[in-house]
Design a protein around this ligand. Structure first.
Ligand code: IPD
Ligand code: CA
Ligand code: CA
Length: 263
């Protein structure tokens, strides 16, 4: 499958950042004795990865806008296009030596994500999609699962930590969904959660307090794989609401109904 010039650029940037992160990931285990040391090291690894991606993408497309978790927002001369980047999604996993984290790069055009790359260097799995060209994992086409029965579905989510305010709502979601499904997973990388919905590994994924850079690339991958992705609250803009529900076409409505029930 041949991607566009922009997609190839995104893949090149994701692989380059991935190489740098893999090197740093090997170091992280040695630093566990000092929690602060490991924390500082990881935030440097994170910023270094974003700088690599920024150099690659903005070097080749200097007129595009930019939104990166570590370096913030910058308008471009071309107001219709912007890169949305999370250089390391799954920081807590990375810090703890858990090999489940990713590089996430999206291209937005006129407010819509038109291309996305989510790269998991530890497993060498590169998920990607471009609007109209399907969703892929490495060389293979991926599709959302065909499961129709909620009782057989495996769902992923992100649970709040630290000062996040959505703990009560998330606990309500879990109380409603855990007994109704085959299980709920919390793997710790939203970008991979979405990619796994696209690949049919998870039947659905939802999260209530999430940023554009966590999900932008994953959204187009899910949609191109035949899935649906919307804000948890009906009719809201996904990025503005900071919430997302992604699922295969059959399970989207029943799960949305549960999540959208009043308290
Ligand atoms: C986090 C991960 C996690 C999700 C959090 C995100 P980070 O991103 O995607 O799975 O539950 O909401 O903030 O901080 O590792 O880039
Ligand atoms: Ca993230
Ligand atoms: Ca991050």
């Amino acid at each position: 499958m041949q991607g566009s010039a922009n997609l190839n650029l995104m893949i090149k940037a994701a692989r380059k950042a991935g190489r740098s992160l893999v090197k740093d990931f090997r170091e992280v285990e040695n630093l566990q004795v000092s929690v602060k040391g490991a924390g500082d090291f990881v935030s440097r690894a994170d910023t270094a990865a974003e700088n690599i991606i920024r150099e690659e993408l903005m070097g080749a497309r200097p007129t595009y806008g930019w939104l990166g978790e570590e370096t913030g927002e910058a308008d471009g001369a071309d107001p219709t296009r912007r890169w949305i980047v999370d250089p390391l999604d799954g920081t807590t996993n990375f810090l703890h030596g858990l090999p489940h984290w990713s590089v996430s790069i999206a291209l937005e055009h006129k407010g819509e994500v038109v291309a996305g790359v989510v790269f998991d260097p530890a497993k060498d799995e590169l998920f990607w999609a471009e609007k109209g060209a399907g969703a892929w994992m490495n060389e293979s086409r991926v599709r959302v699962s065909g499961r129709r029965n909620l009782a057989e579905a495996v769902l992923a989510t992100g649970v709040p930590f630290g000062t996040k305010k959505t703990l009560p709502a998330t606990m309500r979601d879990l109380a409603r969904l855990m007994p109704a499904t085959a299980g709920v997973r919390r793997f710790g990388s939203a970008a991979l959660d979405l990619a796994y919905v696209a690949a049919g590994r998870f039947d659905a994924y939802w999260e209530r307090e999430i940023n554009a850079w966590d999900m932008a690339a994953g959204l187009v991958i899910v949609r191109e794989a035949g899935g649906f992705a919307e804000a948890v609250r009906e009719g809201r803009d996904i990025f503005e609401s900071g919430t997302v529900l992604a699922a295969n076409a059959e399970l989207f409505a029943p799960i949305a109904k549960i999540l959208r029930q009043p308290e």
